[in-house]
Design a protein around this ligand. Structure first.
Ligand code: C2E
Length: 852
């Protein structure tokens, strides 16, 4: 008993480092303490306890480790060895044995002292620490998530030895699980559960994902959650499964981590810890990936954004710029990285807008303002800038973000819109709308300062002619040249505007303290402008010269509005035109009446044309025997209230308003139809039609005559067109071309009122003319006035020289007729031979006459 006690005391001594066992020199084990049995998992079991081999076999030590232990013992020397003992599936106790040889007093071998420590907890800690650092290292190394999950699973399986790990991920639809890693699960099983739906009874993993909580299935065979999947699991040798959902920071399920056992089993404390740790590590890996994807998307969005991004670090130095910013400022990335923001703003870095922006950002974390930026070439441009503080988790500012959006295009578009709305396209001068604004302002300023200004309207005399003869592009160039001339002669505070086709306006700001002084000053300026305008302009090798009519009005006289002043100046322009153009007229109140009368007449004319109030009259042209040789078409206007209006009254208005063009065409058509009637009746007659200068200058004049001839089917040989002398002088080249084209068709040309203009004979010679028409003013006084007689004689001489026929108009009596006949002028027209009568009456008489 005593010895037994001694044995026990000697064979097992517990120390801080473990429990001691004693083997005698024959290899017998002294009776072990119950704690040894407990460690070995043999507590309470019956069996031999004096053999180390037996004890270790019973404890489940693997055969190879046991053999190795026996070998070491038999060597009778010091040694150490690990005894991993499997307590349950995946649950191991790590015992460590340190053996020390004992000698008796004679120095002979006396057995071994075995010191046994339980290193399980230490090993587990070590394993967790290793695993965590491995995963964190992998996470920061940029290893793929797939790789990390695979490694995690392998590591678990290595640690647990006989458990099988599985990581499943939830599909984007959050309803299906997808295989991510399962190093040892049978491939058939992996394939079968890949894509299966989560649910309240979908095995351990499907249910854990569904419930968002851990699901422990000790025995798959009997677990109701496995009803649908048990056959699959069992046929693959899987009998227990513990699964934990992997959750992100927002508790969203990312997937599941599970451990399978090949026999029914419950997780140990170690397993529980492992499940928790692994799901956290897996969540980190998955979230890192998700963040990476988000970051990549964000990075791409920023890189390709049309807006410039700059990241400044805490030292306010640039650490990132996107492509748009480089393009916007014209720098390379290398040039900007590390630079301060002065580089993007130059001297404007201290501007009020930027300082304010900076202070606002400091106060509120975010600020926005319109600022001036400077590009690499030093060019300034407006930009919308947003400054934003970047905070990290400790809420300190590690830097700030600046966003630049160029306002160049927007400003240019705004400017273009403004320009378009307030400027004339051809000359870029202010247009009517802008003049109107300035006029309103000037009225107010003058009233306040008790000063006077002036408004001038400049109307180019016959600008249309330039357009018609030289084309619009030259016309535009001419206008630009005039605009430049005018601008040169005005002060900065004056406004030069273009109001329309051939009309400019000048607003002279504050030119006198009383109306008279202002008028005198304005007249002086107007005269300078008029003179300058009338000087020839050389364009594309052509000299273009024009006079201008200027109307001016002084402001403010009373309470005139801008419209009133424009109307006054307009009235004054009419006055100038009436005075014979190329002159300046200052507005007076009486002008209003005249102008409005004229305006009314124009309206009536327009209406009259629509209402067919016009009529063509015909006046015969006879030879020396009184035989009718032709007739002149003369227009009559039968106005319902005005009565029969003379062409002398309305032709100039029609000419000025442009209405003469449709009216002239209408007269021609009417005359040609009469002509055709005579031709058809076998009594053809020559008809003369007046062509106004404006009508002739139309670019399509020749075509319109050709069309009318074609439409009427009348013979061009019977048509005479009467042109005025002035027309021939104005634009000889184009006049000659047009005349020639029609003359080729057989049309005759006659110069009306010959002798009143200044035709050069050499020039007349080159025109396809047939006839000169002596103006009635010479004819009527010729018999009694020697100078008129001389003129008539000269005209006749010229005609003879040029081989032209001559017709005298306004022949009222025999005396005049005799005078003409004696001088061999055989064609005559006048009341002496017949007054103009309605065309229909004329034709009737003509067809009924005995004339051939
Ligand atoms: N005192 C007097 N006058 C005579 C005598 N014989 C004819 N007349 C008038 O003299 C004018 C001759 O026409 P015009 O010189 O071409 O002068 C025309 C012509 O320039 C213009 N005109 C008339 N019809 C047309 C037309 O259809 N087109 C164009 N563009 N102008 C026209 O109006 C002007 C005036 O036309 P009317 O009033 O019809 O005046 C006509 C005619 O009625 C006479 O013995 N004594």
């Amino acid at each position: 008993m005593e010895s037994n006690k001694h044995n026990v005391a000697e064979s097992l001594t517990t120390g801080v480092d473990g429990i001691q066992l004693r083997l005698d020199h024959q290899g017998h084990l002294h009776a072990p303490d119950h704690r040894v049995l407990q460690w070995l998992g043999l507590h309470g079991r019956q069996g031999a306890t004096d053999s180390l081999s037996l004890l270790l076999t019973q404890a489940g030590l693997r055969a190879d480790t046991l053999t190795r232990t026996e070998q070491l013992v038999s060597r009778q020397r010091d040694f150490s060895i690990d005894w991993p003992l499997r307590l349950a599936p995946g649950d191991w106790r790590h015992l460590h044995c340190q053996a020390e040889r004992l000698n008796n007093d004679a120095g002979q071998y006396d057995g071994l002292r075995l010191r046994i420590c339980d290193l399980t907890a230490f090993r587990e800690e070590q394993a967790f620490a290793q695993m965590q650092s491995l995963i964190i290292a992998l996470l920061s190394s940029g290893a793929s998530t797939q790789h990390i999950l695979q490694l995690l699973s392998e590591e678990i399986e290595r640690l647990t030895v006989d458990l099988l790990a599985s990581i499943l991920l939830l599909d984007d639809d959050q309803r299906h699980v997808l295989h991510a890693a399962a190093p040892s699960l049978p491939p058939g099983y992996v394939q079968a559960i890949n894509g299966s739906e989560i649910g309240p009874r979908a095995g351990a993993c499907g249910t854990a994902a569904w419930r968002r909580e851990q699901v422990i299935c000790h025995d798959i065979a009997s677990d109701p959650l496995w009803r649908d999947y048990a056959p699959l699991a069992l046929s693959n040798g899987l009998k227990a499964c513990w699964s934990t959902p992997i959750l992100d920071v927002n508790q969203r399920v990312l997937g599941t981590f599970a451990l399978y056992a090949r026999e029914p089993a419950s997780p140990s404390r170690f397993h529980q810890r492992m499940l928790t740790t692994i799901t956290q590590l897996a969540a980190m890996a998955l979230q890192r990936e998700w963040r990476n994807v988000q970051l990549q998307k964000l990075e791409q969005a920023i890189e390709h954004s049309p807006i410039g991004f700059v990241l400044f670090n805490a030292e306010q130095r640039i650490e990132y710029v996107n492509a748009s910013l480089l393009q916007l400022f014209g720098y390379t990335q290398k040039e900007l990285l590390g630079a301060t923001w002065e580089v993007l703003h130059g001297e404007h870095a201290q501007s009020e807008a930027l300082v304010e922006l900076w202070q606002d950002m400091q106060r509120r974390g975010r600020a926005e303002n319109e600022i001036t930026a400077i590009d690499r070439g030093g060019g300034e441009f407006p930009a919308q800038m947003l400054l934003c503080r970047i905070t990290d988790h400790s809420l300190q500012a590690p830097g700030f973000l600046a966003i630049y959006q160029s306002l160049r295009e927007r400003k240019a578009a705004e400017q273009a819109l403004h320009e378009a709305a307030y400027h004339d396209k051809v000359t870029q001068l202010p247009n009517r709308a802008l003049l109107y604004d300035r006029l309103s302002m000037q009225i107010a300023v003058c009233r306040r300062n008790q000063q006077f200004g002036a408004l001038m309207l400049i109307d180019l005399d016959e600008f249309k002619r330039i357009n018609d003869t030289h084309g619009h592009s030259l016309g535009d160039a001419y206008l630009r040249a005039l605009a430049e001339r005018l601008q040169e002669m005005l002060r900065e505070e004056d406004t030069l505007a273009r109001l329309g086709g051939d009309e400019f306006a000048v607003l002279l700001a504050q030119i006198g303290e009383d109306a008279d002084a202002a008028t005198a000053h304005a007249l002086q300026v107007a005269e300078k402008l008029r003179t300058r305008l009338s000087e020839p302009v050389e364009l594309r090798g052509k000299h273009i010269q024009q006079s201008a009519s200027i109307g001016l009005t002084i402001l403010p006289k009373g309470m005139e509005s801008p419209e009133d002043l424009l109307r006054e100046a307009d009235t004054a322009v009419f006055g100038a035109k009436e005075k014979g153009r190329d002159t300046i007229v200052v507005f007076e109140r009486e002008m209003h009446t005249r102008v409005s009368e004229r305006f009314e007449l124009e309206q009536d004319l327009r209406y009259g044309l629509e209402q067919q109030q016009f009529q063509v009259y015909l006046q015969p042209q006879v030879d020396h025997q009184g035989t009718i040789r032709g007739a002149e078409a003369l227009l009559r206007w039968q106005h319902p209230q005005r009565g029969l209006v003379s062409p002398i009254q309305f032709i100039p208005v029609a000419e000025q308003s442009g209405l003469i063009v449709p009216i002239g065409e209408w007269v021609l058509q009417q005359t040609l139809s009469v002509m055709r009637q005579c031709e058809a009746a076998g009594k053809p007659l020559r008809f003369a039609v007046n062509v106004s200068p404006r009508q002739f200058r139309q670019a399509d004049f020749v075509d319109s005559v050709k069309r009318a001839l074609q439409d009427s089917a009348a013979d061009a040989l019977h048509l005479t067109l009467e042109l005025t002398e002035g027309l021939l002088i104005d634009d000889p080249q184009s006049t000659r071309e047009k005349m020639a084209e029609l003359a080729d068709l057989g049309v005759h040309f006659s110069i009306d009122d010959f002798g009143t203009g200044y035709s050069s004979l050499s020039y007349l010679k080159r025109l396809p003319l047939r006839e000169l028409k002596i103006d009635k003013s010479f004819v009527q006084d010729a018999p009694n006035d020697p100078s008129d007689a001389a003129i008539v004689e000269t005209i006749l001489a010229i005609a003879q020289h040029l081989h032209l026929t001559v017709i005298a108009e306004g022949v009222e009596n025999d005396e005049q007729a005799d005078f003409l006949r004696q001088r061999h002028c055989f064609l005559m027209q006048g009341y002496r031979f017949g007054r103009p009568i309605p065309a229909a009456d004329f034709v009737e008489q003509w067809l009924a006459s005995a004339n051939p």
